[in-house]
Write a protein that binds this ligand. Structure first.
Ligand SMILES: *Cc1c(COP(=O)(O)O)cnc(C)c1O
Length: 409
């Protein structure tokens, strides 16, 4: 057993700290924290469904937040937005809820092979055992869904399709509009859900223009607090609740609304969308500096995901002959925080299913790291990473057992 205390002691004081693991958690922006604080104890701490002053105030706060998120998503009515405690819960609700509500019309559910596990495993592990037929649509080497295969998969039995707008690991921006048209052409009744957690605030995304029926977005992916997400459910789309209890203002999720977190989500969205062009072009510039810098300065690398039609915040690179997990630790010692393309599932190191689906061999997937930039970072942060990373890769390659055994390419 290791002790966290000892590990932290080994860290010392790095020259700089750059947190690029924005996929897995994020610090909230200072303005977001300040916006949330009064709502824990001083202001609008009531239950939005109860008729007294603190309740009315909370109701008003929730309505304003719904209106703001509605506007950014391009939904027509605030009632179409549901605050849910996380994107994981929202995706579970979207898939399970829509499948159960529409089960009399058919049994087929279509997902892409590179969906996040909170979509893929809901389909495979929860819906398939309940008698639903799950079709997985393949993707090409850059993660773009095979539209022909999608078209072929849609039949009269199809009740639900779920394809992410942007892939969470490799940043592929899907041709969502074509996908929706294709599906609706063949079966207008099929419900189309998209996990837009990595699209919201990063690329133009509008549920009305795309014609999707349901969309998930997560607060901390835009530097809001964890523990709150939103699920858009278009008018007339049937979804069964998964949980029962006292219903508040949110039709699909019982329990008392978490007002402070909702305020934080709203504030984070406001900050990002206030200057969407400026923020996204800033991300894109930093992303390119980081991505191109690493590919140029380090030999034997593979970019995972496309160069064009890539989310402006996403960098995912495999360093051949190098263990991604070891690299996360080595970089951590230098104050650079990233995650690897391996998931520790039941303590077994598994290569990411996304990287496997785009054709990466296990050793290539294991050598990958995922980094995301945000509007909060600057050139100096990227330059620090560019200074630290090549040495870390070189040191690990010197130690790697993969070297000279097929990993040495
Ligand atoms: C981060 C992420 C999730 C999980 O979000 P939680 O709010 O932590 O449950 C789901 N889907 C995508 C695409 C994500 O990037």
């Amino acid at each position: 057993m290791f002790s966290v205390e000892e590990l932290l002691k080994a860290h010392g004081e790095p020259e700089r700290e750059v947190y690029l693991d924005l996929e897995n958690s994020a610090p909230v922006a200072r303005e977001v924290l300040e916006a949330m604080l009064p709502y824990f104890a001083e202001r609008a701490y009531g239950n939005p469904s109860i008729t007294h002053k603190p309740g009315w105030m909370a109701y008003d706060v929730v309505q304003r937040a719904l209106e703001e998120i509605r506007r950014h998503l391009g939904a027509s009515r605030p009632e179409e937005i549901n605050f849910i405690p996380g994107a994981t819960e929202a995706n579970n609700l979207a898939l399970m809820g829509a499948a159960l509500a529409n089960r009399r019309r058919g049994r087929r559910i279509i997902v892409s092979r590179i969906e996040p596990l909170n979509v893929l495993h809901v389909a495979l592990n929860l819906l398939r055992p309940r008698g639903f037929e799950v079709v997985e649509v393949p993707v090409d080497g850059e993660g773009f869904i095979d539209l022909d295969a999608l078209g072929e998969a849609v039949n009269r039995e199809t009740i639900l399709v779920s394809i992410s707008a942007v892939n969470h690991e490799i940043g592929t921006i899907q041709p969502l509009r074509e996908a929706v048209e294709l599906v609706k052409d063949k079966n207008p009744d099929a419900v189309f859900h998209t996990d837009a957690s990595d699209a919201y605030g990063r690329i133009p995304f509008n549920v009305g223009e795309l014609g999707v029926d349901m969309a998930t977005v997560s607060s901390y992916k835009v530097l809001g607090p964890r523990g709150v997400a939103a699920l858009y459910v278009g008018e007339g789309v049937e979804v069964e609740r998964l949980l029962e209890g006292q219903l508040g203002t949110q039709r699909l999720w019982p329990g008392v609304e978490n007002v402070p977190l909702i305020v934080g989500f709203q504030k984070a969205s406001e900050l990002l969308f206030r200057d969407f062009e400026g923020n996204t072009s800033h991300m894109r510039r930093l992303r390119n500096r980081l991505m191109e810098g690493l590919l140029k300065s380090i030999p034997e690398t593979l970019l995972n995901g496309p160069r064009e039609r890539r989310a402006p915040d996403n960098v995912n690179i495999s360093f051949l002959g190098c263990e991604g997990e070891a690299l996360t630790i080595e970089l951590s010692l230098h104050g650079v925080y990233v995650s690897s393309g391996s998931a520790c599932t039941r303590r077994l190191l598994q290569p990411s299913h996304v990287l496997t689906a785009i054709g990466r061999r296990p050793e290539e997937a294991h050598g990958s790291i995922l980094m995301k930039v945000s509007r909060m970072y600057c050139d100096e942060d990227v330059d620090y990473v560019l200074r630290v990373l090549p040495g870390a890769v070189e040191r690990l390659r010197g130690l790697s057992p993969l070297k000279g055994e097929g990993g040495d390419v």
